[in-house]
Design a protein around this ligand. Sequence first.
Ligand SMILES: Cc1cc2nc3c(=O)[nH]c(=O)nc-3n(C[C@H](O)[C@H](O)[C@H](O)COP(=O)(O)OP(=O)(O)OC[C@H]3O[C@@H](n4cnc5c(N)ncnc54)[C@H](O)[C@@H]3O)c2cc1C
Length: 253
Amino acid sequence: MDGSWRTGDKPMRVFIVHAHHEPTSFNAAMTGEAVKTLRSAGHEVVVSDLYAMGFDPVSDRRNFTTVVDPNRLKQQDEEAYASKHSGYSAELQAEIDKLAWCDVLIFQFPIWWLGLPAILKGWVDRVFTVGHAYGGGRWFDGGVLAGKRAMCALTVGGLDPVYSEEGVYGPIEAILYPVHRGIFAFTGFAVIAPFVVYGPNRIDDAVRADYLDQYRKRLLTLPSAPTIPGPVMADYDGFVRKKPQQNAAALNK
Ligand SMILES: Cc1cc2nc3c(=O)[nH]c(=O)nc-3n(C[C@H](O)[C@H](O)[C@H](O)COP(=O)(O)OP(=O)(O)OC[C@H]3O[C@@H](n4cnc5c(N)ncnc54)[C@H](O)[C@@H]3O)c2cc1C
């Protein structure tokens, strides 16, 4: 899939990683709407409901059925080996397969401490592995997962002024930078602008219904929805700093 892919060309394969413990939450409503809307439009959807699955976010030797060094655990070395020798636990391999399968990855979560809930962060720690998500000099526009798109769909406790330039937390894009740049873009995903619901427990039913309506619309435009520009590695030098001409070009803009 690339930027020119359009709804109707072929079914989109969408993988939703859902990280909320309450089935009647607004997050659950968003995932429910996503499944219904996308399937009705002919797309394929797979959901990993992390709490319902009892997903263990703790990354350790249990990730692997193979062993490189029994005396010292170096996760990235074990992953590089496991990726070549089918050495992941069944639980992890199933998630790795879903990641490889999808055209679009959606993280559905409530913001916790201005970040991902631990269960979702742990899912990334364990599932985004050397070999299947990064490694071998493959990153950003040359990343292992290049050609796929990813989006955060999230709720936050505060209303939008709290997340404005003047707001106490500042803009949501800055808060999501570790996910957008450090997880999605790093592994090659094109990063779709996030869909944010501000203060779902502070707004009335009509505004919540409007958010769900806007979300349905966003879901149907996933292939063409605006993306956040990521780094192009040819613009960077051997120290992974922007080359001077790229800095000059940026200043002249
Ligand atoms: C550990 C922790 C840390 C946190 N850190 C932060 C932080 O750093 N910054 C911040 O801003 N917030 C923070 N919060 C708040 C948190 O982000 C919000 O509580 C959360 O995003 C709200 O989303 P929810 O899905 O849980 O909403 P819910 O409270 O489950 O739902 C909101 C409302 O939507 C209603 N609803 C459910 N389904 C539907 C439907 N189909 N149609 C219409 N209405 C529906 C529910 O009945 C409820 O009234 C934190 C919370 C916790 C627990």
